[in-house]
Design a protein around this ligand. Structure first.
Ligand SMILES: [Ca+2]
Length: 263
């Protein structure tokens, strides 16, 4: 019991040790602050990671637009997309978000008949650029498509010119058409698309590059080095679906991304 220090002795001791205690407290603080700081940064990092996961895709860098077709608001749903401009699809004719087929989430864009499409307003090249870009999306043909059926298109509505990703003159092939002063296109010949399968489609254009156009699907790629004249005005409308009058289509599009550069 002799080791227990009485209250009077304690205060006397702390009085004598006051300077040393201050030094000790200072050392402890210096030792503890980096630990507290690390714990704090880890906590902040976790919160940021959670926010990013909940927020979906991020339109930073070359990615201008991403839509998973989970909601007509591209930034809603799981997974959520992003847009550097317009975020709300305008539904035209019989286009609809459908749970029948999808490559991610719960829904895809169903384009059942001619003229069905979703449109977005663009401005100043915010969600697609006439000079260069890449469009990627997943495609599911539920029926054999019409020849030349439009899948995704970028419009300069002032001049009426456009960039189209489309079915080829053969119904099992994919093409890209850059329709400015003259039409230039590239179309696969060995994609051999069939109904009932999800395919990843990638289409690219670059007015200034040596290879101007490229389109790929099902391990087949077609390119073109023929000169293309840049659209007269920047793209002001983006359409997902059939923006020309074709015959019955019956296809689904999911996981669309548009980049402002050749990827
Ligand atoms: Ca989806």
């Amino acid at each position: 019991m002799g080791s227990i220090v009485g209250a009077g002795q304690f205060w006397a001791l702390t009085g004598r040790m006051e300077t040393d205690m201050k030094k000790l407290i200072l050392v402890l603080m210096l030792a503890l602050i980096p630990g507290l700081s690390l714990a704090g940064s880890q906590e902040i990092q976790s919160v940021v990671m959670m926010a990013k996961a909940q927020g979906g895709d991020s339109c930073t860098g070359d990615l201008l637009f991403s839509w998973h077709m989970e909601n007509t608001t591209v930034t809603s749903g799981t997974p959520a997309g992003c847009s550097a401009g317009d975020t709300t699809a305008t539904t035209v004719s019989g286009a609809e978000l459908s749970a029948t087929y999808k490559s991610d989430g719960t829904y895809s864009a169903s384009i059942p008949t001619s003229g069905d499409r979703f449109t977005f307003t663009a401005s100043g090249g915010d969600i697609a650029k006439r000079a260069a870009g890449t469009i990627s999306f997943d495609l599911y043909l539920s029926t054999t498509p019409a020849t030349g059926a439009i899948l995704v298109s970028l419009h300069d509505t002032i001049s009426g010119k456009r960039i189209d990703v489309k079915i080829g003159s053969a119904t099992d092939e994919i093409g890209i058409r850059y329709a400015s002063a003259t039409d230039t296109s590239a179309t696969t010949t060995t994609a051999n698309l069939t109904t009932g399968v999800w395919y990843s489609v990638v289409a690219k254009w670059d007015v200034a590059a040596g290879t101007k156009l490229s389109v790929s699907a099902n391990s087949a790629t077609a390119t073109s080095t023929m000169a293309i004249t840049q659209l007269a005005n920047e793209i002001d409308s983006v359409a997902v679906g059939d923006s020309f009058t074709q015959t019955t289509n019956g296809y689904y599009i999911d996981n669309l991304k548009i980049y402002g550069t050749w990827q």
